[in-house]
Design a protein around this ligand. Structure first.
Ligand SMILES: Cc1cc2nc3c(=O)[nH]c(=O)nc-3n(C[C@H](O)[C@H](O)[C@H](O)COP(=O)(O)OP(=O)(O)OC[C@H]3O[C@@H](n4cnc5c(N)ncnc54)[C@H](O)[C@@H]3O)c2cc1C
Length: 380
């Protein structure tokens, strides 16, 4: 089912449509049949990393690995999240939070060492900004990097890190002095002595995603592992803007999977002698869902156009992340109710999507933080 009420397809290039269809087929074949099992087991299918690499989805926006358009990249995120938010999260981290900073802030040697392996999925990266005591306010981070004799000693703890338990390299953000201006990024290979990861279990959301705590017990790395052009908090924040752009599209995919599930269920489910789709209150639910999908799709699409023209402002991304994820959360709840009791099981997407969206609502800047960002922008 192509959930496209406003014929956005007509505005896509041939390459973008082909890319979208390729990812859609991959998700239908390799993800959809297994996702409930992964979610139940609380496991990210790490074996998919190389397949995602072979499809060219890792580093897709970078010129050397395909250089897809921003809208093309958005469509990748949309289709992956139609499968599961965990799959899209994996790609968001690898693309926007690991390959993007290495490509933009890294040295030629760092790019050569890591980007090809990250692109083929033989190496997995993670991004360590959040700490146990500092989430929305990363400027207050406590992790430090101390320089001596050409080497940095990194000490601290990073929490809630996607891909940490399965990573080969971590982009770690640490203070080299007292203020946020002294924040720098470091590439810390996971086999560095003192690098310890504890997996976060018992999650009720984003279960088909690997999340962990990283303990940096005086990890020593050479100065060659510092991202030379990443200076201050604006460096990690620029990575987050990239990742949030992908979330804006991913939320559309999450809503599409809920819509597909709700409309096909409503057509088949008989009550009072007729399909529940015939009841106007059910139709109202479907109208609300479709309205949220269309408004979110159009916003994501326009963000993509602004990004392609290099006119995108981070506040615009905040507005759409905030809108689309809230819309998706409402859609998942409405779709769940249309499925009645069956809706609370893993046999249908809405409740899994609903649970996942709780993480999406909170990570990459909470809903409230994006409200503050846009609010301040409107009155400046
Ligand atoms: C599944 C998952 C994966 C994640 N992956 C990563 C990752 O890969 N890398 C990484 O670095 N981090 C990651 N995170 C962490 C995520 O970015 C943080 O959880 C997020 O920034 C919020 O921080 P917090 O949880 O500490 O909440 P807090 O900052 O403690 O906020 C708690 C509540 O207070 C509100 N609040 C805070 N400040 C204000 C304010 N000034 N005004 C109004 N309300 C406020 C928040 O909106 C929220 O509702 C992940 C989180 C999850 C759940």
């Amino acid at each position: 089912m192509n959930v496209d009420y406003f014929d956005l397809d007509a505005f896509l290039t041939t390459e973008e449509r082909l890319l979208r269809d390729t990812v859609r087929q991959f998700v239908d074949e390799r993800c959809a049949p297994h996702v409930a099992e992964w979610f139940e087991q609380g496991r990210f299918p790490v074996e998919l990393a190389r397949e995602l690499g072979q499809l060219g989805l890792l580093g897709a926006e970078l010129e050397q690995f395909g250089g897809v358009s921003p809208i093309g990249y958005g469509l990748i995120c949309q289709e992956l999240e139609r499968g599961d938010s965990g799959l899209r999260s994996f790609c968001s981290v690898q693309n926007s939070l690991v390959m993007f900073p290495i490509a933009h802030y890294g040295s030629p040697e760092q790019r050569q060492q890591w980007l090809p392996r990250l692109a083929e999925g033989s190496a997995i990266g993670c991004f360590g900004l959040t700490e146990p005591e500092h989430g929305s306010d990363p400027a207050s981070m406590e992790t430090t990097a101390h320089y001596e004799d050409g080497r940095w000693t990194i000490r601290g703890c990073k929490a809630w890190i996607t891909n940490a338990p399965i990573c080969h390299v971590a982009v770690i953000w640490a203070k080299t002095g007292q203020s946020a201006d002294t924040i720098r990024g470091f590439l810390v290979p996971s086999d560095t002595p003192g690098f310890v990861v504890e997996s976060i279990e018992r999650k009720l959301s984003m279960r088909a995603s690997s999340t962990g705590i990283i303990y940096l017990n005086d990890c020593v790395v050479p100065d060659a592992n510092r991202l030379p052009d990443a200076v201050g908090l604006k460096a990690p924040l620029s990575c987050l803007t990239e990742a949030r752009y992908g979330i804006c599209w991913g939320a559309v995919g999450a809503m599409q999977s809920c819509y597909e599930s709700a409309v096909s269920y409503a057509r088949q489910r008989m009550q009072f002698g007729q399909p529940i789709a015939q009841f106007q209150l059910i139709q109202e639910g479907l109208v609300d869902i479709m309205t949220n999908i269309v408004s979110s799709q159009l916003m994501a699409y326009q963000l993509g156009r602004l990004k392609a023209e290099k006119r995108l402002r981070h506040q615009q991304v905040s507005l759409v992340k905030r809108h689309n994820v809230a819309a998706a959360r409402a859609v998942a709840a409405r779709a769940r109710s249309i499925l009645g009791a069956n809706g609370i099981t893993l046999d249908y997407p809405p409740m899994r999507v609903m649970a996942n969206l709780e993480s999406v609502y909170t990570y990459e800047g909470t809903h409230e933080i994006h409200t503050l960002v846009v609010g301040a922008d409107l009155v400046k």
